[in-house]
Ligand binder design. Structure first.
Ligand SMILES: *Cc1c(COP(=O)(O)O)cnc(C)c1O
Length: 361
């Protein structure tokens, strides 16, 4: 007889929770988890392999616990005068966010985000034993600075997540919202810039707000623009004292020597790795224009994906696309679906399939 979760002495606060579960199906066109669908360019891949071969010769030893070379590389990539003592990294930005929650949330504390937002924030929060508090975004998922600050004042959370631009809506978040939330928040404010590289080039990053704000953190990932999702590398910039807090909760040697070597090599080729961003942005804008012409309502997006409404039945439309070999995301908002901008061919396959199923309401 098989045992179920209910038979185990699981923590009470984890009972009934669902694990993260974006479907992983081997379909020809997978546009469901906002990956960069372009492979790593061959010359970069060759350099990464060389770096890995070198690192392997010393893999009998524990890696540099402080991943010094990698932090140096991230500081250089981010610019804004950042130095390596302001940088942290982990196995995906999800681990970095978990470190923040382990240090600043946990039992008896709360973390807050404006719904709908990244589905991992509540899961990571609950995993540390803290309570998740969902705020409300406004019309078209935008946030007004004063309204956002009022919600933060009322909730007084220990950690605030601002997804800028927001997943799953793609909505831009302007710096005045971040400043207002920071001033209203008693605790840590995390600006998740996972998609920053897909925003208009002249847009300022929240990194420009870091000086003088020791409770502000800006996280990034190599999973999206950098075409590095499978390597699992995320990072953040904050005050050096904040970085010290994260050292209290990370596992020793949490970044393997191979991860450090691969990421450091990839960062040496940042311009090449980011070469496809303009193409992806063009495909994103093509998706928005085409779904609108098909009778759906796309939301403004500064990311590599588009959320669109006006779907008669999102479950049915998702399944029809699946049956045509195309995997996109039902993010749980009624009458809406989200699709990642792929290569030109993948994007065309999605748009043709969407046109063929005629599911606009
Ligand atoms: C994809 C994504 C991440 C990145 O997660 P990794 O663990 O770095 O792969 C972080 N935040 C948001 C909002 C995302 O959509």
């Amino acid at each position: 007889m098989s045992v179920s979760l209910d038979d185990l002495p699981l923590r009470d606060d984890l009972r009934g929770l669902k694990p993260y579960g974006a479907p992983q199906a081997p379909l020809p066109v997978a546009l469901n988890v906002n990956e960069n669908t372009h492979p790593v360019p061959q010359d970069v891949a060759d350099d990464i392999v060389d770096a890995l071969a070198h690192a392997l010769r010393e893999v009998n030893r524990y890696p540099d616990r402080e991943f010094t070379a990698l932090r140096e590389s991230f500081a250089g990539y981010l610019g804004h005068g950042l130095t390596r003592d302001q940088i942290w990294a982990g196995n995906g930005s999800n681990e970095v966010l978990q470190h923040i929650l382990q240090a600043f949330a946990g039992p008896g504390r709360t973390a807050f985000g404006f719904a709908p937002t990244y589905s991992m924030y509540p899961l990571l929060t609950q995993g540390t034993g803290a309570r998740w508090v969902a705020g409300r975004s406004g019309h078209d998922f935008t946030l007004d600075p004063a309204e956002a600050a009022a919600q933060i004042e009322a909730a007084a959370p220990d950690v605030v997540f601002l997804c800028a631009p927001n997943n799953p809506s793609g909505t831009p978040m302007h710096l005045d919202v971040i400043e207002a939330v920071y001033d209203a928040a008693p605790g840590i404010v995390v600006v998740d810039e996972a998609y920053h590289e897909f925003a208009p080039r002249d847009e300022r990053s929240a990194l420009t707000l870091l000086p003088g704000r020791e409770r502000l953190v800006v996280s990034r990932t190599m999973s999206k623009a950098f075409a590095f999702a499978g390597a699992r590398v995320g990072y953040l910039a904050a005050d050096p004292a904040f970085i010290d807090a994260l050292r209290l909760v990370r596992l020793p040697y949490h970044l393997s020597a191979l991860t450090q070597a691969a990421a450091t090599a990839a960062l040496r080729h940042a311009p090449t790795m980011l070469r496809m961003v303009d193409d992806i942005v063009a495909q994103r804008d093509r998706i928005s224009a085409t779904v609108e012409a098909l009778g759906y309502t796309p939301y403004e997006s500064w990311t590599n994906f588009v959320l669109f409404g006006g779907v008669e039945d999102s479950g049915v439309a998702w399944q029809k696309l699946f049956d045509r070999g195309i995997l996109i995301r039902d993010v749980g908002i009624a009458h809406h679906l989200r699709v990642t901008a792929g290569t030109e061919e993948e994007t065309t396959a999605f748009l043709d399939a969407l046109a063929s199923i005629g599911s606009a309401s």
